[in-house]
Design a protein around this ligand. Structure first.
Ligand SMILES: *[C@@H]1O[C@H](CO)[C@@H](O)[C@H](O)[C@H]1NC(C)=O
Ligand SMILES: *[C@@H]1O[C@H](CO)[C@@H](O)[C@H](O)[C@H]1NC(C)=O
Length: 400
């Protein structure tokens, strides 16, 4: 089975000659598209550091930093299938990491376990099933505490950091609050971009179609030994990059818009190849499975092992318990779009009612704001970031 799969991949990859006629390579675009986070940061004239952070359960994570020693630290946490490059790929004067650095913050960029930068474990190799036995739960319980402690250890004079999460980066932060509430004291302000807790009102047909089959897909994948999604991430990224950048550009764009919400006006098509050079950044099948369970249940529960006895072993009950959102008592700011296929306004408002300390609640005024606009909208600074800076600075001055 696995062999057939790998044969298919290698066939596709070697099909370059098939595309040769339609592909017009622009060497400069190709070069930028294949940059990694440190490449983007140094390309725009900023200093970049790479830090290795070890989690309690054996993972080694890579944090990227645009250093400003002594300044207020801010930790940026990416979404599912994403990486630290999310905050820098659009360049200086545009990417949130650069703008925050310009405003005087010490900027740290997270790479959660399993993505293209954080693929080392003390005991397990990426080809072992145990490596991939995680979802946003483990990211919230192990990765975030390790990163927060590490950043604060390197921030003399600061006992709190600013937290900015996008999508899964918000889910993991909610898990952190529910499961490790002591960490809420270390967060000055949690800014949640496209907060993902509930999927009750999300209507995305693709999501609704796949969700009921996720458990089956997982069992099948496990049976054939696939634990990472997409399996062989680097290979798939190169493939989708080639196909989508050059050959089937509009089809791919339509697919992506379907997934994140349609907003052609704020999409900078010059960035498309750069964008495709970064995604997908890799994660576990279990992450997908855990989100699939949320879509089906409409709630935010711990991982369901699909067997009352196994659940009982983990949780002491036949069904997994819900995360206790009332424990997230740090200051929280919520930002959400009205045209985001993955996050519905109603679901965020339900979340808001359960969070005890929401200091800012912003339904973005621009009507077409989608899931990706948080990172890459042409006018993202005016539409979103300026407002975030104001809230951060108010909190810094003790006014909020
Ligand atoms: C699109 O991105 C390119 C490359 O970063 C940039 O030069 C250009 O100004 C952007 N276009 C718009 C409309 O912002
Ligand atoms: C986003 O906007 C487009 C165009 O206005 C609309 O067709 C679509 O249904 C909207 N999607 C969501 C998720 O609201």
């Amino acid at each position: 089975m696995k062999c057939i799969y790998y044969c298919l991949i290698s066939l596709c990859l070697n099909a370059n000659w098939l595309l040769a006629d339609i592909i017009k390579y622009d060497p400069e675009v190709i070069e930028v598209a294949h940059l990694r986070t440190p490449g983007f940061i140094t390309k725009y004239g900023y200093k970049c550091e790479e830090h290795r952070v070890d989690t309690k359960d054996g993972f080694s994570l890579i944090l990227h930093r645009i250093p400003k020693p002594g300044a207020q630290p801010v930790l940026l946490v990416h979404g599912l299938q994403d990486s630290s490059s999310a905050w820098v790929m659009t360049g200086a004067g545009h990417g949130l990491a650069f703008l925050l650095s310009d405003r005087g913050y010490d900027v740290w960029l997270m790479n959660c376990r399993g993505n293209r930068y954080s693929r080392k474990h003390r005991k397990f190799h990426i080809l072992q099933r145990q490596f991939w036995d995680f979802s946003f739960h483990e990211i919230g319980v192990y990765d975030l505490p390790a990163a927060i402690d590490y950043v604060l250890d390197h921030s003399k004079g600061h006992d709190q950091l600013h937290y900015v999460g996008h999508s899964q980066g918000t889910t993991a932060a909610f898990v952190l609050g529910a499961e490790r509430p002591a960490y809420m004291k270390k967060i000055k302000l949690m800014q949640a971009l496209a907060p993902v807790a509930y999927f009750e009102n999300v209507e995305l047909p693709l999501l609704r179609a796949i969700a009921p089959h996720v458990a089956g897909i997982m069992r099948f994948a496990q049976a054939v030994g696939i634990n990472e999604i997409p399996p062989e991430t680097e290979v798939w990224r190169e493939l989708s990059y080639k196909l989508c950048s050059f050959a089937f550009r509009s089809t791919c764009m339509e697919f992506i818009m379907e997934l994140v919400g349609t907003d052609v006006e704020q999409m900078n098509s010059t960035l498309t190849p750069i964008f495709l050079g970064q995604y997908p950044a890799g994660s576990s099948i279990k992450s997908l499975g855990h989100y699939g369970q949320q879509v089906l249940s409409g709630g935010l529960y711990k991982y369901d092992y699909d067997d009352p006895n196994v659940n009982r072993r983990y949780y002491g009950s036949p069904k997994p318990p819900a995360y206790k959102l009332a424990k997230i008592d740090c200051k929280v700011a919520l930002y959400y779009g009205q045209n985001d296929s993955l996050v519905s306004v109603k679901d965020v408002q339900r979340l808001r009612r359960q969070l005890p300390n929401v200091v800012h609640d912003e339904k973005l005024a621009y009507k077409k704001f989608n899931h990706l606009d948080f990172l890459a909208a042409i006018d993202v600074k005016e539409l979103l970031y300026n407002s975030m800076f104001q809230v951060m600075e108010k909190v810094d001055r003790g006014e909020l």
